[in-house]
Ligand binder design. Structure first.
Ligand code: UGA
Length: 440
């Protein structure tokens, strides 16, 4: 099938590449010329495990193309994806300008009938706006071309996008006609060959499904962080509690890891947007709003523990910081908890020596050269001359640290923002330990 995809961010690039991998002829389009040039040379704008070799293979085989030219990308495309960003507006609602600009571009360049699939995370009712934007352009051109707008939200996780795309647990299709449903089913069939993983519904329900999924996951995290904060106060260990509840299949093991809060480009923005949508419909979504409130507070929790240990003796101290990305296996620092901690440490007069396995160039882009921050080339280097260690992202290589090196820290203290260490083991080695929700 001939497919074109507007937007070469995580979603667009991963989806486009995986669709070419199963044999479709895919053109990925972006307005950013430098990005498209880089992609043509096989250089990816993002770090995503497994994606680069797949891009190289499918480009080499002539199934995956990159362009900035909308007219040629749309030529003969049976399915057109919109996969551009929906950043938060000032009031927290999703900013639809990129989605609607793409819709207008589609309307201005379309020559034959097609299905327009919205993959961007958008508030309920957006498909309608996209339809109007395309129709407006067609009317302006004085042409009549048949098209239908379908909602097909994505559930990819950064760091696991290729796997999520090639082996989806469900494919949600929100469409008004059976023809559109059939076409999307044909497109995706190779991903779900042995199982019927299609969930077909109306457009609005599909749009809401995406928000509901992210809000549910974020709720689990904030809930667990609340339990952790209670555990800390009553002298219980949340890690034991987690093990005590996860085996109940109704609760499950996933997304019940307490920590310094969720970050990334999706949860914080989507939760806010959902709460905002509710308010626009005169409804106060109290639980959803609380989920984000709890998360905001939790992002400051590691600093609270640092305060608990040091009191007002933070100024002039140096903190090694392991992990800058909002989670492991990505270089993405959007809404990362590390950023909050760095700001708080600076405000308290401390210095930071930071290391992340993938996010160093992103950190350089965000912070540049500045006093109070040393960006280090290794986790060991970050410890050099530091008084304490704070772990913010649970990268695998941080899990078995050299205890002698931690003991050698100026104050021999570790603040573990993701509960990756065994408190007893560190304490036996003469290292003071603070974790999340580990009452002592
Ligand atoms: C999330 C969803 O998991 C995807 O299903 C969805 O498609 C995507 O948003 C999206 O809307 O595009 P992602 O933002 O890549 O994916 O990251 P997650 O793996 O969900 O992690 C989000 C944050 O929650 C991270 O900061 C992570 O550290 C935190 N987290 C996760 C916890 O604090 N505890 C947990 O138990 C799990």
């Amino acid at each position: 099938m001939k497919v074109s995809i507007f937007g070469t961010g995580y979603v667009g690039l991963a989806t486009g590449t995986c669709l070419s991998e199963i044999g479709h002829d895919v053109t990925c389009l972006d307005v950013d010329e430098t990005r498209i040039e880089s992609l043509k040379q096989g250089r990816l704008p993002i770090y995503e495990p497994g994606l680069a070799p797949m891009v190289a293979r499918n480009s080499g085989d002539g199934r995956l193309h990159f362009t900035t030219d909308a007219a040629s990308a749309l030529e003969g495309a049976e399915i057109v994806f919109i996969a551009v960003g929906t950043p938060p507006d000032e009031d927290g609602s999703a900013d639809l300008q990129y989605v609607l600009t793409v819709a207008a571009t589609i309307g201005a360049n379309l020559r034959s009938s097609t299905i327009v699939v919205n993959k961007s995370t958008v508030p309920v009712g957006t498909a309608r706006l996209v339809e109007e934007a395309i129709a407006g352009e067609l009317t302006r051109r004085g042409v009549e071309i048949d098209f239908e707008v379908v909602s097909n939200p994505e559930f990819l996780k950064e760091g696991d996008a290729v796997n999520d795309c090639m082996r989806p647990d469900r494919i949600v299709i929100g469409a008004a006609t059976q023809a559109a449903v059939d076409k999307l089913k044909r497109l995706y069939a190779p991903f779900v060959r042995n199982h019927d993983r299609f969930v077909v519904m109306d457009v609005r329900s599909a749009e809401l499904t995406k928000y509901a999924a992210n809000a549910m996951l974020a709720t689990k995290i904030s809930f667990m962080n609340e339990i952790a904060n209670i555990a800390e106060r009553v002298g219980a260990d949340v890690e034991k509690v987690r093990q005590g509840i996860g085996s109940d299949p109704r609760i499950g093991w996933q997304f019940i890891y307490p920590g310094v809060g969720y970050g990334g480009s999706c949860f914080p923005k989507d939760i806010q947007a959902l709460a905002r949508t509710a308010r626009q419909h005169d409804y106060e979504a109290r639980l959803i709003e609380a989920v984000e409130d709890v998360n905001q507070r939790q992002k400051g929790h590691l600093f609270e523990l640092i305060l608990r240990h040091y009191g007002d003796r933070i100024s002039g101290r140096t903190f090694a910081l392991w992990g800058l990305a909002f989670k492991p296996n990505t270089d993405d620092m959007r809404a990362a908890s590390s950023r909050r901690l760095i700001d708080q440490l600076w405000q308290a007069g401390a210095r930071v020596r930071a290391y992340d396995p993938e996010a160093m160039s992103e950190a350089r882009r965000i912070y540049g050269e500045r006093a109070g921050l040393v960006l280090c080339d290794s986790m060991e280097e970050a410890l050099g001359g530091a008084d304490a260690l704070a772990v913010v992202t649970e990268w695998r290589q941080f899990r078995s640290p050299d205890l002698t090196a931690l003991r050698a820290l100026g104050d021999a203290v570790v603040f573990d923002g993701r509960n990756v260490y065994d408190p007893a083991e560190l304490e036996q080695a003469g290292i003071a330990y603070y974790g999340i929700g580990r009452g002592r």
